[in-house]
Write a protein that binds this ligand. Structure first.
Ligand SMILES: [Zn+2]
Length: 294
């Protein structure tokens, strides 16, 4: 009898302990999640992947959720894109767009000379050469991204193939991100280029600026290239982000977070307006005597 009682009691104690441990575990997991999302986020996007296999492979092997923009019809773009996807990275098309300096664009270029049908066909073909493509950004494009009709054609294709768009902002006059917003295409804008001067000191300076932007704005988008100096720098710098309180995220992850944030903001805005409407309703008609007893 006594033994049975002890057994009953120990079962209660056991169940209560398990419950407590589970509760604490769930609570701390939730707290950690909230904490993680409130940390500043950084997107590191490596452009111009595809022409060089060795440099491209070194870039694709960078640690963490880095995003890669692959040149269409490039000799190693397909293989590098596959390698990136296999390594859990994110892949985009780096769509070559006409620039103001007449710099050569390589195959699959989008220019203002193309008719709408030609333009769409070139872009569709470009996308088909990049396996696992989730989004696109502009390679060069200081001329084309100023042109609204052509950017509308880009966004039409993006909508059809459910892709996001990153405006590399190679000119301050780019309308690309605006057109993306108008057309309801998920988009980001480049905040900083990491390596237009290919030295460690310069890359470091730009990377620190990117972190400062992320801390100030909540997120930053940094674009680099598969230059040995950039890749060597990022190989050391990326693993240190966590202890600096910065989250490295893919472009699509940041877009998703921003969308959730926007929905929440809209929700709170609607609630605020409702509350204001409610508080502005007069408690009684002007004709009535408005005593508290009515
Ligand atoms: Zn580029």
């Amino acid at each position: 009898m006594e033994v049975e009682k002890i057994n009953d009691r120990s079962i209660y104690v056991f169940v209560a302990t398990v419950f407590l441990i589970l509760w604490q575990f769930l609570y701390s997991a939730e707290a950690a999640e909230v904490d993680a999302v409130s940390q500043p986020a950084l997107v590191v996007l490596i452009d111009d992947v595809g022409d060089n296999l060795i440099k491209g492979r070194a870039a694709v092997e960078l640690p963490g959720p880095v995003t890669y923009a692959v040149l269409p019809h490039s000799p190693h773009g397909g293989a590098l894109a596959r390698l990136a996807v296999q390594g859990g990275k994110e892949v985009m098309l780096h769509a070559p767009m006409e620039n103001t300096h007449d710099r050569p664009l390589g195959p699959g270029a989008l220019t203002r000379k193309l008719t709408r049908a030609e333009f769409v066909r070139v872009l569709q073909d470009d996308l088909d050469t990049v396996p696992g493509v989730l989004g696109l950004n502009n390679h060069m494009g200081s001329l084309l991204t100023r042109l609204r009709p052509q950017m509308e054609w880009v966004m039409e294709v993006a909508k059809e193939r459910q892709l996001f768009f990153v405006d590399s902002r190679t000119t301050p006059e780019s309308v690309a991100w605006r057109v993306a917003r108008e057309q309801g295409i998920p988009y980001l804008r480049r905040d900083i280029f990491l390596d237009h001067e290919a030295t460690t000191a310069f890359v470091d300076q730009q990377f620190q600026k990117a972190i400062a932007i992320a801390r100030k704005e909540g997120a930053a988008v940094a674009i680099g290239h598969p230059y040995p100096v950039t890749v060597a720098y990022l190989k050391t710098a990326l693993p240190k982000l966590d202890e600096m309180g910065i989250r490295l995220v893919t472009a699509s992850a940041l877009i998703e977070e921003k969308a959730v944030e926007r929905q929440l903001q809209e929700y709170y805005e609607r609630q605020k307006q409702r509350a204001m409407q409610f508080s502005s309703v007069s408690p009684c008609e002007p004709s009535e005597s408005c005593s508290p007893l009515n």
